[in-house]
Design a protein around this ligand. Structure first.
Ligand SMILES: *Cc1c(COP(=O)(O)O)cnc(C)c1O
Length: 327
C-alpha cells in the first residue's frame, strides 16, 4: 500500500468479515456456450443475485458498519442516488439500526423509489434541473448530524466492493483477465486491489459505455477528465468523472479501459439471459459485452473472470430494449 492509496487488501479482508452472513456470497456461474464462443474458460460473478440486486450492498454495508462502530456514532446516514446505491444504503441502514435519508430526483424510476422506501429510508425529493443534490445532502448531514455515504469515492465503499473480486479469486483461483465495469470506479478499484493480492499476474480490464468514457480519457491523460452526463442506457455508469481515490487505484492497478456501445450492451443482456438465464441490467452487462467484443483473438486459452454488477431492470424495459435493438 502506498501512502496515498485509499485501500489495501487488509481493508477488503476486514470488509469480508463484516459482510459474512449478511451479504449473499454469490456463486460462480459458467457457460459452455460462452466458453465455446471465446475459446476460453470464463467465470461469471453474478452480483445481480446480491441483496438489493447489485454489488452496491457490499460497499454500503461496510461503510455503514464503520459508522455504526464509530466512537462518536453518527445519528444516521444520508446518501444521494436514484439507483442501486440508494437501495443498498437503505437496506444496510435498516440492518444496522441506523436512520437513513436518501436524496432522489423527482423523476427517479417509481420502482427504485418504492424499493428504497420499502427498506424504511426517508426519501427527500429534488428537482434535478434546478437543485444540487450534493448541497441538499450536505445540508441534511449538517442539520441532523448524519454521515454522508458517497457512492464510490470512499475507502470503506471501495473495500466493500472489492469483496466481490476477492470471493471470485477464492473460488476459482488465479485468472489471466478480470473484466469489471466502471462508473465512478468503486467496484473496479476494490476488485483490482483484491486481484493484486490474490492473483498478481491477472490483468484487470475496465469496461465503460462508449458515450461515457471519462475513465478511459482520464487514464490516457494521466489526470481526471470530466465529461457531460453521458447519453447511454447504462444508467449506473452515467458518471461525469471518477473520484480522486478511485482514480489513484485505477491508474496503478488497471491495465486498460475499453468501451462498448448501447447495442452491444443489449446483445450481451440477451446473450446472458439465453445462455445462463441471468437477468442483467444494462450497466451490469458492460463487462461481458467488453469480453465478447475482445473475442477469441485475445481470450482463447485464457482463464477469464467477468463481474456481472447488477440486475435491476424491469422485464418490460428489457423487452423494449430488445425490440428496439432488433429494428
Ligand atoms: C453503481 C453501479 C455500477 C458502477 O459502479 P462504480 O463503483 O461507480 O464504478 C455498475 N453497475 C451497477 C449495476 C451499479 O449499480
Amino acid at each position: 500500500m502506498t501512502s496515498e492509496s485509499a485501500i489495501s487488501y487488509e481493508d477488503i479482508a476486514r470488509a469480508a468479515e463484516r459482510l459474512a452472513g449478511v451479504a449473499n456470497r454469490t456463486p460462480v456461474i459458467t457457460s459452455r456456450r460462452t466458453d465455446a464462443l471465446l475459446g476460453c474458460e470464463l467465470f461469471f460473478k453474478p452480483e445481480n443475485l446480491q441483496r438489493t440486486g447489485a454489488f452496491k450492498f457490499r460497499g454500503a454495508y461496510n461503510a455503514l458498519s464503520e459508522v455504526a462502530e464509530g466512537a462518536d456514532a453518527a445519528e444516521g446516514v444520508v446518501a444521494f442516488s436514484s439507483g442501486n446505491h440508494a437501495q443498498a444504503v437503505a437496506l444496510a441502514a435498516r440492518l444496522l439500526g441506523l436512520p437513513a435519508t436518501i436524496v432522489m430526483p423527482h423523476d427517479a424510476p417509481p420502482g427504485k423509489r418504492t424499493a428504497t422506501e420499502g427498506y424504511g429510508a426517508q426519501i427527500v425529493l429534488y428537482d434535478r434541473y434546478t437543485e444540487d443534490r450534493a448541497e441538499i445532502a450536505a445540508a441534511i448531514a449538517n442539520d441532523l448530524g448524519y454521515t454522508l455515504v458517497p457512492p464510490f469515492n470512499h475507502a470503506a465503499v471501495m473495500a466493500g466492493q472489492g469483496t466481490a473480486g476477492a470471493e471470485l479469486f477464492a473460488d476459482v483461483g488465479p485468472l489471466d483477465y478480470l473484466y469489471v465495469c466502471l462508473g465512478g470506479g468503486g467496484l473496479i478499484s476494490g476488485c483490482a486491489t483484491a486481484a493484486r493480492h490474490l492473483s498478481p499476474d491477472c490483468e484487470v480490464i475496465g469496461v465503460e459505455p462508449a458515450a461515457g468514457n471519462d475513465g478511459q480519457l482520464s487514464l490516457q491523460a494521466g489526470e481526471l477528465v470530466s465529461i457531460p452526463v453521458p447519453d447511454t442506457i447504462a444508467d449506473g455508469a452515467q458518471i461525469t468523472t471518477l473520484g480522486g481515490k478511485t482514480f489513484e487505484v485505477i491508474q496503478r492497478l488497471v491495465s486498460e479501459i475499453i468501451t462498448v456501445d448501447d447495442a452491444q450492451l443489449v446483445e450481451a443482456m440477451d446473450w446472458m439471459l439465453q445462455t445462463t438465464k441471468l437477468l442483467i441490467e444494462p450497466t451490469g452487462a458492460l463487462a461481458i459485452a467488453g469480453a465478447l467484443s475482445e473475442g477469441a483473438d485475445k481470450l482463447a486459452g485464457k482463464r477469464v473472470g467477468v463481474i456481472l454488477s447488477g440486475g435491476n431492470i424491469s422485464p418490460t424495459r428489457l423487452a423494449q430494449l430488445l425490440v428496439e435493438n432488433r429494428v
